[in-house]
Design a protein around this ligand. Structure first.
Ligand SMILES: Cc1ncc(COP(=O)(O)O)c(C=O)c1O
Length: 387
């Protein structure tokens, strides 16, 4: 890993603005605990208080009661989740890392789709792996082309990692796409990681959508989730891996994961003891977050409707929205100018590996009046010609 951390131009501009005391409307905020949402704080505190006993009954996969509560929370009609197929981790990032260690040697490859949240770049690098990308075309609604996935596989590809729904695209895989990917992975003995951290945040039901990868299929698969998104509690540091696929492969993978997890034992026992209670509170927190992102999405849609300079690429779920903008400058120049002229901060598409420079990403979490003012200024700025 590089030991130096050169700051990009946007980070420098934000720091300079903050030093000058100039206000910013931050449309990049994706931390749900910083946007004025209500949390059941007393109940959460009581759960931790009750879990705080010092006895230490470690279990590498997570204590049984916690996995049972999680299995019950993840089960849906027709998809009964077994606690024996679950592994608790300290975060989704750690879940990725366990799987990287399990399946790949240094310089092996993990294939993923772009555009995407840039987390996998550093996670892969930290396990000395090489990250490859299949590009999803905005013109095709970010649909996944299984043939392109197949073509992108190399002799060193050890894992396929797909995000469902995508961040920032907000697009879920269709059942058809997932079936094709599952068949490909099964035929190549390639394990599939399905990052489903945003799966609870869907804007409409769609019968053609794929369910959890670990629920069905022939390939060895790993559905990832965690409290950071599904309960809006990144500070609780609890994620999980649900293992799916043929029973013998699944058992082998669980045994190997148990060894990895046993080396770290990273999930705090008080959090595990509190898990059943947190999962019972989670629907309330999720409802507040979903209400917020829906409200802001509506405002974004309405504000941009009359502005041909920006097109909203409708998300199906998640916490972000992608805009295609029509300006004769790069996305980086655009966000710098927007910050300078309108005091609004958005993400340039290149942060997420968009193939071209005409995309912006906004978080749908910010406090609604600030969000509305931010997108109003953004639209106003885009209407003006370049400086
Ligand atoms: C798609 C995706 N996966 C995983 C993570 C990391 O989740 P965790 O906080 O559980 O490590 C993020 C964080 O934003 C994310 O966007």
């Amino acid at each position: 890993m590089p030991w130096e951390h050169p700051q990009n131009r946007l980070t420098q501009a934000v720091a300079k603005r903050a030093a000058s005391g100039l206000p910013v409307i931050d449309l990049t905020e994706t931390n749900p605990t910083r946007v004025g949402l209500p949390y059941p704080e007393e109940e959460l505190a009581e759960l931790l208080r009750r879990g705080a006993a010092p006895e230490y009954p470690p279990h590498p996969l997570g204590i049984r009661a916690a996995r049972e509560a999680l299995a019950a929370a993840l089960s849906t009609p027709g998809d009964a989740v077994s606690p024996d197929d679950l592994v608790l981790t300290a975060s989704t990032s750690e879940s990725y890392s366990y799987l990287f260690k399990l399946f790949a040697d240094p310089q092996d490859e993990v294939l993923t789709a772009a555009p995407s949240y840039p987390l996998l770049d550093s996670l892969a690098a930290l396990d000395s792996l090489v990250l490859g990308h299949v590009h999803l075309a905005p013109g095709r609604g970010f649909a996944l082309d299984p043939e392109a996935v197949e073509l992108a596989l190399s002799p060193r590809t050890r894992l396929l990692a797909l995000i469902h729904p995508g961040n920032p695209t907000g697009r879920f895989l269709s059942a058809q796409e997932r079936d094709a990917v599952d068949a490909l992975c099964a035929s190549r003995s390639l394990p599939l990681i399905s990052d489903e951290v945003f799966a609870d945040y869907s804007f409409l039901a769609d019968p053609h959508r794929a369910g959890p990868a670990a629920a069905s299929g022939e390939a060895l698969s790993f559905s990832l989730g965690g409290l950071s998104k599904s309960a809006g509690l990144p500070s609780w540091k609890l994620g999980w891996i649900r293992v799916g696929g043929p029973p013998s492969l699944r058992r082998q993978a669980l045994a190997a994961l148990e060894l990895v997890a046993d080396s770290y034992l990273s999930v705090a026992i008080p959090v595990q003891r509190a898990l059943a209670g947190v999962l019972a509170l989670a629907p309330r927190i999720r409802a507040a977050i979903l209400g917020r992102v829906r409200e802001n999405l509506e405002v974004l849609r309405a504000t941009l409707a009359g502005h041909p300079a920006a097109e909203l690429l409708e998300p199906e779920g998640g916490w972000s929205a992608v805009l295609r903008v029509c300006k004769p400058i790069s996305d980086e120049e655009l966000v710098l100018e927007l910050l300078d002229r309108a005091g609004v901060l958005v993400h340039p598409g290149y942060f997420f590996d968009f193939a071209t420079e005409d995309f912006l990403v906004v978080s749908l979490l910010p406090e609604p009046t600030r969000f509305a003012e931010g997108v109003r200024r953004l639209a106003g700025y885009l209407e003006q010609g370049p400086r």
